[in-house]
Every structure is written in structure tokens, then in C-alpha cells.
Design a protein around this ligand. Structure first.
Ligand SMILES: NC(=O)C1=CN([C@@H]2O[C@H](COP(=O)(O)OP(=O)(O)OC[C@H]3O[C@@H](n4cnc5c(N)ncnc54)[C@H](OP(=O)(O)O)[C@@H]3O)[C@@H](O)[C@H]2O)C=CC1
Ligand SMILES: O=C(O)C1=N[C@H](C(=O)O)C[C@H](O)C1
Length: 257
């Protein structure tokens, strides 16, 4: 199996290259951002552009940037090359375009490829179904390294969606309260709150709180090593081969639904 890696010089790209090789797959190459000054990992094949990467690969893994998600999904559909997509911060229109491409080619898009986070997402939905939204306010706090460019994190949004699903609604309908500042007014019942911290080299921390008048429940997931994401993404790449076109999640890969 030939696996290609978009953004091979990135924090995730480098680890993905190692994990593809550790899994015994062939690393068909990687791409750099046009004009990039980043040093690619020594000895790894660099493709001139994304089209060449897709042509040389049986599967492509993309952990780059939201802006690349749609062009990469379209290339995947055109070349019938399954895609494992990890980038976060996609707009609603970008999410829709990826879903459209996934009608033609299998795509795994996950906010977080670490197995533990996916268990937390399942738990979040169950807790939200059991705890009345009128009494238990759902708040999500996340912290990441100072280089992260999008907020709230994709994982925090996935937690919000899981809570909304448990309450029989959507995140959009429930309402997001994000980045509170100034005279915000009182919290709206049923809305889902988000707070994003950035600093140092925190790999990724997420806490989901259900806060009521007399008690609160908190579930925290902490990632200490990006390798758990890379191992999960390579597992998704091995799983996706031979699947029907469609948009899959890490829950599908882990057999959790
Ligand atoms: N789903 C998951 O489990 C996880 C998802 N992520 C997500 O993966 C993405 C990448 O994270 P990370 O590896 O930390 O980021 P980095 O900035 O370290 O790496 C991004 C790589 O993509 C390249 N790139 C290509 N096109 C673009 C573009 N348009 N804008 C910016 N970079 C581009 C960069 O090139 P250059 O080197 O020239 O800048 C770089 O090599 C993020 O969206 C992050 O949120 C991260 C970890 C886990
Ligand atoms: O940018 C990161 O680093 C991470 N991004 C993902 C997200 O936005 O949730 C996953 C993980 O938290 C690390």
C-alpha cells in the first residue's frame, strides 16, 4: 500500500511519515507548501504538487490546513484515491464540499484520531442524553500550543456536536457561546460554551463540564504525544482501503458505530 502525506514537513507530517514506514506501508512521498522554507525530513520523496502526490499514492493523509481540504478532497475524487483528513478549522462550506467529494471516494475526516478522544465523544453524547439541558450547562475548555491557528479546536467542536446530539439537537440550533468578553448577558439555557487557551507547547487538552447548581461533572482528555494522532491516522488509512465512497469518522474506523 502506497501512502502519501500532504504537508510532510509539518509537526504531524513528520510523525505520519515515521508511522507509515513503521506500519510497513510504502511512503509514496509528501508535499511541501509552495514556496515553503521548511526543511523536509531527510531522505523522503518530495512530490512537486498535490496532483502528483495523489497520482503516486493509493491513499493520501492530509494534516495541513483547512484551506487545503477542499482542493485535496476534489483531487481524491478525481483520482479515485481515498483520503484521510485531519485538518481542523473547516468552514461549513468547506465541510459540505468535502462531503460532496466523499460521494465519489471514501474519506475519513476526524477531528481527533486519538482513540481516547473518540471514547470521550461517545461518553459526552450519553451524558448529555441523561442530564437535562435546563439544569446542566455544558462548557468545553481546550488548551493547545501557541502555534495553533484555529479556535475552538476541531475536537472541542466535535464534543459540542456530541453534546447537542445527546440532547436531540444540533450545535447550531443549541447555540455556541464562544470567546465571552465584556457585557455578555447571562448564559443562555441549553447553549454550549467554548473557551480556548493557547500557550507553550501543549499538545492538546480538552475538558467537558456539565455544571449544575449543586454539582458538576468534568471529563478531561490530555494528549502528551502527537504520535497517538499519527498512529490513528495510519490505522484509518489501512482501514479505508476497499471501502465504498462515503464520509467516515474515526468512530467508524474504531468500530464504535
Ligand atoms: N485530527 C487530528 O487528530 C489532528 C489534527 N491536527 C490538525 O492538523 C493540521 C496540521 O497541524 P500541525 O501539523 O500541527 O501543523 P503544522 O503547521 O506543523 O503543519 C502544517 C503543514 O502543512 C503545510 N501546509 C500546506 N498548505 C498549507 C496552508 N495553506 N497553510 C498552512 N500550512 C500549509 C505546512 O507547510 P509549511 O511547513 O510550509 O508551513 C506544514 O508543513 C491542523 O489543522 C491541526 O489542527 C493536528 C493534530 C491532530
Ligand atoms: O492543532 C493541533 O495541534 C490539534 N488539532 C486538533 C483539533 O483542532 O482538535 C486535534 C488535537 O487537539 C491537536
Amino acid at each position: 500500500m502506497r501512502i502519501g502525506i500532504a504537508g510532510i514537513a509539518g509537526r504531524m507530517g513528520r510523525l505520519l511519515a515515521e508511522e507509515v514506514q513503521a506500519a510497513g506501508a510504502i511512503l509514496s512521498g509528501g508535499t511541501l507548501r509552495p514556496g515553503s522554507r521548511a526543511e523536509p525530513p531527510a531522505g523522503l520523496p518530495i512530490q512537486p504538487d498535490a496532483a502528483a502526490l495523489f497520482a503516486a499514492s493509493d491513499i493520501v493523509i492530509d494534516f495541513t490546513h483547512a484551506e487545503e481540504a477542499v482542493p485535496h478532497a476534489e483531487l481524491a475524487a478525481r483520482s479515485a484515491t481515498p483520503l484521510v483528513l485531519g485538518s481542523s478549522g473547516l468552514s461549513a462550506a468547506q465541510e459540505r464540499a468535502v462531503a460532496e467529494a466523499a460521494q465519489l471516494v471514501p474519506v475519513v475526516h476526524a477531528a481527533n484520531f486519538a482513540p481516547g478522544v473518540n471514547l470521550v465523544l461517545a461518553l459526552a453524547e450519553k451524558l448529555a442524553a441523561a442530564l437535562p439541558a435546563e439544569a446542566y450547562d455544558a462548557e468545553i475548555v481546550e488548551m493547545h500550543h501557541r502555534q495553533k491557528v484555529d479556535a475552538p479546536s476541531g475536537t472541542a467542536l466535535a464534543m459540542g456536536r456530541a453534546v447537542a446530539a445527546g440532547r436531540g439537537t444540533t450545535l447550531e440550533a443549541a447555540g455556541m457561546e464562544s470567546g465571552r468578553d465584556g457585557h455578555t448577558g447571562a448564559r443562555r439555557t441549553g447553549s454550549i460554551g467554548f473557551a480556548a487557551l493557547r500557550g507553550g507547547q501543549v499538545v492538546g487538552e480538552h475538558t467537558l463540564l456539565f455544571a449544575a447548581a449543586t454539582e458538576h461533572i468534568a471529563i478531561t482528555h490530555r494528549s502528551f504525544d502527537r504520535r497517538s494522532y499519527a498512529v490513528g491516522a495510519v490505522r484509518a488509512a489501512q482501514w479505508i482501503i476497499g471501502r465504498r465512497p462515503g464520509l467516515y469518522s474515526m468512530m467508524d474506523v474504531l468500530g464504535m458505530r
